[in-house]
Ligand binder design. Structure first.
Ligand SMILES: C[S@@+](CC[C@H](N)C(=O)[O-])C[C@H]1O[C@@H](n2cnc3c(N)ncnc32)[C@H](O)[C@@H]1O
Length: 291
């Protein structure tokens, strides 16, 4: 069993390393696993997203089995009441749609929410379908005392919607990084001002989640199979201060003018259809409340 895991990046296979970590140590995780794109297929994504040190081509049934095993190991090492944010996308294999829900429902996690990540740009622009500009982020939850719902988000986070709109990262040399705003939003929304928690990214790539954790005052565990990406992440973490301004841009979006309680007390819009108060506000603009 690995005892010294805090603020470490492990180089190796995710499932193997997860198996050697103790139970219930992690508070929250964020990841984007390899998507099993299949490297003999055509398309921009297949040509341009190639990882150093790992192939991304498994028979789909083995890939999904592996993801279920990885997610169940993450469940084991996560504390009850903890969350995991899993970024994936809808894919097609010979015309058959493959949906992340196909394997997420086979894991031990409670699926708390499906978030649409609007990347505003398509990876594959052939005309077989409408351009796919979105990916998905699944908020997974480990129940505490048989309680499946979990704590409420603070209003300043809950007022953000379930469609997250940020473009993909372009400056990063890794072939498939997510933007820093993504893990910042996941971690900050759940942890709010809490500090010193343990955040994991089991496919950490260029270390984006780890940098987000550090900026927000948390500890981290990273895993990646590529030595090159691990080295890159370590360097990025040493220079994390440079990225604080991008994190602050995301944090600035978590605002609330008036909480639900304050609006209710003042007889203002609370989102209840048909109420007199709502009609009054609708004449002005409901959206002003969220500006
Ligand atoms: C989509 S990328 C993650 C990118 C990351 N979110 C970032 O912002 O840089 C997936 C990562 O999984 C790694 N990987 C692929 N197979 C792996 C395995 N079996 N064990 C550990 N890491 C693996 C790849 O090297 C790649 O860096």
């Amino acid at each position: 069993m690995i005892k010294n895991y805090k603020n470490k990046i492990f180089c190796g296979d995710t499932l193997t390393i997860l198996k050697s970590l103790p139970d219930e140590i992690v508070d929250l995780g964020v990841t984007s696993p390899p998507y099993n794109k299949g490297e003999d297929k055509k398309g921009w994504l297949v040509k341009n997203v190639k990882y150093k040190g790992a192939s991304d081509k498994l028979p789909e049934n083995l890939y999904q089995k592996n993801q279920v095993a990885v997610l169940n190991e993450i469940f084991r090492i996560t504390k009850s009441g903890g969350s995991f944010f899993y970024n994936h996308k809808i894919r097609w294999e010979r015309g058959i749609l493959l949906h992340p829900m196909d394997w997420l429902r086979k894991t031990k996690w409670v699926i708390r929410q499906e978030i649409i990540w609007d990347r505003m740009i398509a990876a594959n622009i052939r005309g077989w379908r409408f351009w796919q500009v979105e990916e998905r982020i699944y908020w997974l939850y480990k129940p505490k005392d048989n309680h499946y719902i979990g704590k409420e988000l603070k209003p300043r986070h809950a007022l953000l919607t379930s469609i997250w709109r940020f473009p993909p990262e372009r400056e990063n040399p890794h072939p498939a990084p997510f933007p820093l705003a993504l893990p910042i939003r996941c971690i900050f929304s759940v942890m709010d001002e809490e500090k010193g928690k343990l955040i994991i990214d089991p496919y950490c790539g260029s270390g984006t989640t780890l940098v987000a954790a550090k900026i927000l005052g948390h500890n981290f565990i990273g895993i990646d199979i590529s030595k090159e990406y691990v080295k890159f992440s370590e360097k990025r973490l040493r220079n994390y201060k440079i990225e604080e301004k991008y994190a602050n841009e995301e944090i600035a979006k978590h605002i609330v003018i008036k909480t639900f309680k304050e609006r209710k007390e003042k007889g203002e819009f609370t989102g209840k259809y048909g109420s007199q108060n709502n009609k009054k506000v609708e004449q002005h603009s409901v959206f002003k409340l969220f500006e």
